[in-house]
Ligand binder design. Sequence first.
Ligand SMILES: NC(=O)c1ccc[n+]([C@@H]2O[C@H](COP(=O)([O-])OP(=O)(O)OC[C@H]3O[C@@H](n4cnc5c(N)ncnc54)[C@H](OP(=O)(O)O)[C@@H]3O)[C@@H](O)[C@H]2O)c1
Length: 299
Amino acid sequence: MAPILTVAVAGAAGSLGEALVKELLAANFSVTALVRPGSTSTLPPSVKAAKVDYDDVESLKIALQGHDALVSTLSTTAIEVQEKLIDAAIAAGIKRYIPSEFGCDLFNPKARVLPVYAQKVKVEEDVEKKTRGTQTTYTFVFNNAFLDWGLDHGFVMDLKAKKAEIYDGGNVTFTATPIPFVARGLVAVLQHLDETANREVRLHGAAVTQKQILDIAQRIGGKEGWQVTEARSEDLEKESYENLKKDPSNVYGWIIGMLKRAAFADGYGGDFSSNNDNEMLGLNEMTEREVEYVVHSRM
Ligand SMILES: NC(=O)c1ccc[n+]([C@@H]2O[C@H](COP(=O)([O-])OP(=O)(O)OC[C@H]3O[C@@H](n4cnc5c(N)ncnc54)[C@H](OP(=O)(O)O)[C@@H]3O)[C@@H](O)[C@H]2O)c1
């Protein structure tokens, strides 16, 4: 496959998008950001901005023309927006499409059926079906929990508030991958087109447990003031289903528990230690010191 030179990014100013754009520019790709008309997001000066209407395939196709790859880092709440993006990508002759995934292993059957992933699964199915027989190929990228984001947003635990809800005893190993690592992984996918065509790719930052992260945080900042509670991920999942049944529109009432179940619970495929693509992509698993550095930097 001819190398990728030009990359369009949807969601370029988001948490992952911003880091991705930085890595793409550092690797000398030419980058275009797809931008909604009302967006107030700022972009680096060397990034071209193409105004798009995500409801209009034609506007997306015009913006994508002349690009080799399209990476979507659209928000968790905007996954369905990608429906027309794939039609436009195929029509514009995009060679590699990477839809917005970047979470747990959706090829794990227990994770795949969780309602929180329904839209991402639909996107995968659409992409597989629609790209068949076209020049567009795809890669689905999984990284389990974002380590840095998960510490900033209280998903893994809340370092700033010194609050940790420990699931299933806290000794279950899971993959935690910082956003810049994911961004480097995405660049590596675009540099390994044949190896990554039409398949899923697992990026493995580090194998950690919640207890290990809590230990690191308490070693650095002391044990005082911490509020540590225990919970069962099975109960989180049950409660999430109950909340979904009661009020689907109260999204935060049910998505978080399901996301945590998939990321942290045993049997949901969240540990990529022996099942990842780091080596093929030239990425090194993080050292303990690097994990400590990330934890320290979020305190
Ligand atoms: N594994 C994990 O722990 C983890 C954690 C968080 C996220 N994720 C995943 O990573 C991916 C990226 O998430 P993120 O947190 O980086 O995204 P984000 O920062 O929340 O948002 C990314 C961009 O999405 C665009 N956007 C938002 N709503 C939109 C809409 N209705 N229509 C069109 N564009 C819209 C915005 O672009 P504008 O600049 O145009 O406003 C925004 O900059 C998602 O798939 C998410 O599920 C994984």
